[in-house]
Design a protein around this ligand. Structure first.
Ligand code: BGC
Length: 810
């Protein structure tokens, strides 16, 4: 349980590093150098438009050239460009709202009288979003009288109504008007606008899915509805491009929109104070809806309209030793230029293990295609993607990925619902794909849902997941690393290891206990004066004696939406928008440009991407994350990491793992079966790590099955390093709780963490600003506590990273 003191210091710590307060922001912005590049501006504008998801369109969009537009909703002026907290708090050089975007667009005419009325009212009714954690989730609307609406209708051709929502870290969205639901004022505005205008377009400037039942009230009165998300500093220009048809929307939903919140399978087990049982198991999002209750879906996963139409067809399937290769043709069968998306889903047999009726196994996006133009795409599906994890040995293969005997059907289409069977493969005998060992299971079994076949139908039944059977203590003791004998300073520098003159072991042998301790923690505070102004924390060369040995101080900065420093940096679209593009190349391009900025501004590690699964629409940080689907999350995450690391910078995917809830995030226990953990909550990280080799990874605040992730040996050693062969550095999320290992009574706090190979505590002090070494790492060193070899092992993980970081090159 967190104490009141915790809360105060947490808040203080954040304010210290925050550049988002109104007064400060103004000063910062005035001082901001305009160092963004035209390439960055055009990439952001393009991607922000391409991630928009068009839900409804009766043909009104795109608007004809010369259309006069009346904008409603104050968000047209006070646009939500990003979310709040570390994932959005970028000192942006400028930001274009919708009013400016339409003004900049030479194809549309703005109803200036109305826009100026909004601008004036907004300047008199200023928003205060300066207090950490108390950010407004919505902005109070300007009252619009019917007469104003009627006069706007007379003087323009169509209405665009904007509804906006925001959220941030450390706090969830709530089932209240102004958060998950629309407000009475918004309803009033929609009533009034739909009564006067024939053409009404609703734009949702949101970071996370909201309730959409208001659509039923306005049924045929709305001409189009589009989610434009929070698109970063080029938002307004991007939305204007969409409205006038310069760009066709080509975004797809990355999470299902159900009719009601209570339809989501986690709705009863999300938001717990001390723990949450993940009852829905692997049936997260569309895996649940498509398998058990299709009728609860308003808009399915992968759905999104275009201004054109597309057909997707499979021409050929080839089988190799590794899996299947699908040759796919995507054709623009409509009338306008647009990009098309193909989505390939797999239906596994129900088998002994029970499987969802659909899982995304590949996706692709075309270039901009003209009418009648085609593009050939290929989709690779490995045999591994056919396998399911058998946690208990139901197939006779405990703790293994198994391909069960039976029919594997592939469905190709443009969303999960709209996909035709194109191929099927029969697996003759149940085979083991990968033998692993039991890791991070819940202590005790609990009931989870699974799919069973009964009378030819798939039904949901509850069964117990597997509880823990293996002994962690023995496993840790049997794989303790050798101790490297201390030599004292031999004059070796870290560059000598890099050039191959000495080994890493020879270098580390020189370090005394204090130096080793300092390598396993960051500098004590956020905004360390060893790093670039505004850094989130600094690690590696945090002592003069370490720097004398050529170990650089490495600067980290948030985060997913751009670089959060005192200097001005580009604000990019939120994670959910980026993932909605279903375009890995576009995501990589944006982060490659961020990577160039990192070099220029002096950030060595970007604390991004955010890769937690969007388990519930209420999670306050959904905007930073990608999807309810682990495959999409992994692929988009890998693209982000490839971009961030393209110019030498380092990425840091986070929060490893199960940080799908913000409420009580530092104490909450995610209780989840090993199968769901591996197939859903870790899978995205696994794909990203294997494909893109991030140089860092950040653990989460929460516990997983009773153990905080930063003390979790199985998570951070057995799975991450031994199974996935991860070779980088592991850091904590900002500060940790105290904890004693249940297996080793003399191993606690920092020792407990380093034993798990969570190499660096970030920042190195505690929330109260303590500025001296924490004795718990060296407590009973070698006498029942952690061994010197383990500390040296973490030091080597850190140094291997540092040696190849931009800090070293500098
Ligand atoms: C967040 C991280 C962030 C860190 C540094 C934490 O509160 O959870 O995502 O990177 O702060 O700002």
């Amino acid at each position: 349980m967190s104490s009141v003191k915790d809360k105060i210091t947490d808040f203080a710590g954040k304010v210290y590093s925050s550049f988002g307060s109104v007064a400060q922001e103004k000063t910062e912005r005035a001082a901001a150098e305009k160092t963004y590049t035209p390439e960055m501006q055009s990439a952001l504008r393009r991607v922000a438009a391409e991630g928009a998801v068009l839900l409804e369109n009766n043909g009104v969009l795109p608007l004809a050239e010369g259309t006069k537009v009346s904008l409603f909703g104050r968000v047209q002026n006070n646009w939500f460009y990003t979310g709040y907290g570390s994932g959005g708090d970028v000192n942006r050089p400028y930001a274009v709202n919708l009013i400016e975007g339409i003004r900049n667009c030479d194809k549309l005419i703005l109803n200036e009288t109305l826009a100026q009325k909004y601008e004036k009212w907004c300047s008199e009714n200023v928003i205060n979003d300066a207090i950490w954690g108390k950010w407004p989730r919505f902005y109070t609307e300007m009252p619009v009288e019917d007469i104003t609406v009627a006069s706007a209708a007379e003087n323009s051709d169509c209405a665009v109504v904007v509804i906006g929502r925001s959220s941030g870290e450390d706090r969830e969205n709530v089932l209240e008007k102004g958060s998950y639901y629309i407000t009475d004022d918004e309803k009033k505005m929609l009533d009034s606008v739909t009564a006067s205008f024939d053409k009404v377009i609703v734009l949702l400037n949101i970071g996370s899915i909201i309730d959409m039942s208001w659509l039923d009230r306005y049924k045929n009165k709305l001409s189009a509805v589009m989610i434009v998300w929070q698109g970063g500093m080029e938002s307004g220009n991007a939305v204007a491009d969409l409205l006038c048809g310069n760009v066709s929307p080509s975004g797809k939903l990355t999470s299902t929109i159900a009719y009601s919140y209570s339809d989501y399978p986690c709705s009863k087990s999300f938001g717990g104070k001390e723990y949450n049982y993940y009852y829905e198991d692997i049936y997260v999002g569309y895996r649940y809806f498509e398998t058990f209750c299709e009728e609860k879906v308003r808009y399915p996963f992968g759905y999104g309209l275009s201004y054109s139409d597309f057909s997707v067809a499979c021409n050929k399937v080839s089988t190799s030793e590794d899996g299947f290769l699908f040759d796919i043709t995507v054709k623009n069968t409509g009338k306008r230029p647009a990009k098309g998306v193909s989505e390939l889903y797999l239906r596994k047999p129900t088998g002994e293990l029970g499987n969802p009726l659909r899982s995304l196994v590949a996706f692709g996006k075309t270039q901009n295609l003209n009418a009648d133009e085609c593009e050939e795409l290929t989709a690779d599906v490995s045999f591994g993607q056919l396998a399911s994890f058998d946690e208990s040995g139901k197939t006779g293969n405990k703790s293994a990925y198994v391909i069960e005997k039976g029919e594997y059907e592939f469905y190709l289409g443009t969303d999960v619902r709209n996909a035709e069977k194109i191929f099927s493969y029969y697996h003759e005998e149940t085979t083991v794909y990968e033998e692993l060992s039991e890791c991070v299971p819940p202590e005790l079994p609990f009931g989870v849902i699974t799919a069973k076949e009964k009378d030819g139908k798939i039904i949901a039944v509850t069964q117990n997941c597997n509880g823990m059977t293996r002994n962690l203590k023995e496993r840790i003791l049997s794989s303790l690393p050798e101790e490297i004998p201390f030599t004292g300073d031999m004059g070796y520098k870290l560059a000598d290891v890099k050039s191959g003159k000495v080994t890493m072991e020879q270098f580390v042998a020189q370090l005394d206990k204090n130096e080793l301790e300092a390598l396993t923690r960051g500098d004590y505070t956020m905004g360390s004066n060893l790093g670039t102004p505004g850094n989130a924390a600094v690690f590696c060369g945090v002592l003069p004696s370490l720097r004398e040995k050529g170990i650089p101080a490495v600067s980290t900065s948030d985060g997913p939406s751009g670089i959060r420093l005192r200097a001005s940096c580009s604000l990019i679209p939120i994670g959910t928008l980026l993932a909605s593009t279903f375009d890995t190349e576009a995501v990589k391009e944006v982060y490659s440009l961020v990577s160039l900025e990192m070099k220029e501004k002096g950030s060595d590690v970007l604390l991004a991407p955010g890769m937690n699964i969007q388990r519930s629409p209420l999670c306050g940080r959904n905007f930073e994350y990608y999807s309810e689907d682990p495959y999409l999350t992994g692929k988009i995450g890998a693209a982000a990491v490839n971009g961030i690391q393209s110019s030498g910078g380092s990425a840091c995917p986070k929060h490893f793992a199960c940080n799908s809830q913000e409420y009580k995030r530092t104490t909450n226990d995610s209780r989840v079966s090993e199968r769901a953990l591996r197939e859903i909550y870790l899978k995205g990280f696994e794909i990203c790590i294997k494909e893109a080799k991030p140089r860092n990874i950040m653990t989460s605040y929460n516990k997983i099955n009773g153990v905080w992730s930063y003390f979790n040996y199985d998570l951070c050693t057995s799975i991450l390093r031994n199974e996935w062969k991860y070779e980088g550095n592991v850091m904590t999320d900002w500060w940790t709780k105290k904890g004693r290992s249940p297996d080793f009574k003399d191993v606690r706090d920092q020792g407990y963490r380093v034993r798990a190979q969570v190499d660096v505590l970030m920042p190195g002090g505690d929330r109260s600003g303590r500025r001296k070494p924490d004795g718990t790492l060296l407590h009973k060193l070698g006498k029942g506590g952690i061994t010197l070899g383990e500390i040296q092992r973490s030091a080597m993980n850190v140094l291997n990273f540092a040696m190849n970081s931009t800090a070293m090159k500098d």
